[in-house]
Ligand binder design. Structure first.
Ligand code: SAM
Length: 287
């Protein structure tokens, strides 16, 4: 595993895809979702989207990508959709974009979210996930991990009371390649909370590996889909809900907003989205 400090100190031109995958995939956020991501995740789906959106969206395409994690697949979506010179504007959102890298002790660092929730602990020669794993209970490591978690987290909370502390650095949990693209804007947003700034603003929304039945209850998923429905233009606005399985095959459904208050399925990739029935049942509110 790559140490957080090493990741943020590596110049962007020297960050390899492997380093990005390794780093982001090992981060778990406060709501127990993972920042798992890898390159070329949707290379089978993007060509279909490019063709579909060529015929079912305005020439200047406005895209919202929710739950972007590192933004690696956002950059690929942007590159694929803008192939052939099309003008594309992508807003990429995630519940966790900004974080702090805090020097808690000499040569020891904690990567934490803005509320101090720990994401990673770095020691001089080793880096560690803060949460206890099942294996820890067999080899006894859970005692050590809990001790370090308590010690580091306590120290971080104390230090965060003084934001001017020179041992605190602000970092973004997004690939520098996404931040460097002028057509991509990245911001913090919680899909479960309605964002009026997004209302009727997008021709296409992608929810990749975030609207998962294992992550959220059907009630929360319905609220998220209803919010996204309001962010789409009528009648052509479309939504892709997709999930990548362990064998790296992606299964998803492309939905159309239409003029009514319900989504309709337009196309299935693989065996379709696991939450397709929830999406189809959602009534999109009129705002
Ligand atoms: C597995 S990653 C998906 C990354 C990317 N979309 C892909 O498929 O490669 C899931 C992301 O969803 C984000 N997430 C979880 N809950 C969220 C919420 N309520 N609102 C916005 N983002 C959320 C997590 O922080 C995480 O970065």
């Amino acid at each position: 595993m790559l140490a957080a400090k090493t990741f943020f100190e590596t110049p962007s031109e020297r960050l390899t895809p492997r380093m990005e995958e390794d780093f982001f995939t090992s981060l778990m956020t406060r709501n127990r979702t993972y920042k798992t991501t890898f390159h070329d995740r949707f290379s089978d789906i993007n060509p279909y989207l490019q063709e579909y959106l060529l015929h079912h969206a305005p020439p200047t395409l406005r895209v919202l990508d929710v739950g972007i994690s590192s933004g690696i697949s956002t950059v690929e979506l942007y590159d694929d959709l803008s192939r052939g010179g099309r003008e594309v504007e992508v807003v990429g959102t995630d519940i966790l974009i900004d974080a702090f890298l805090v020097k808690v002790f000499p040569r020891c660092y904690a990567l934490v979210d803005p509320g101090g929730f720990p994401l990673r602990f770095d020691f001089p020669f080793v880096t560690m996930k803060p949460w206890v794993t099942r294996r820890d209970y067999y080899n006894g490591l859970f005692i050590l991990r809990k001790f370090i978690n308590t010690l580091f987290t306590h120290q971080v909370h104390r230090m965060l009371r003084n934001p001017d502390d020179a041992r605190i650095s602000e970092v973004k949990l997004v690939t520098p390649r996404a931040l460097a693209k002028s057509g991509i804007t990245v911001c913090t947003d919680d899909i479960s909370r309605y964002n009026s700034e997004f209302e009727a603003r997008f021709d296409f929304v992608r929810a990749a590996n975030v609207l998962n039945s294992g992550y959220f209850s059907p009630t929360v998923l319905s609220a998220m889909v209803a919010n996204i429905g309001c962010y789409l233009t009528e009648p052509e606005g479309s939504l892709l809900v997709v999930r990548t399985h362990e064998d790296r095959a992606s299964h998803g459904t492309l939905f159309r907003r239409g003029n009514g208050r319900h989504f309709e399925a337009v196309h299935r990739f693989g065996s379709g989205s696991e939450v397709e029935d929830i999406v189809l049942r959602v009534e999109i509110p009129t705002k």
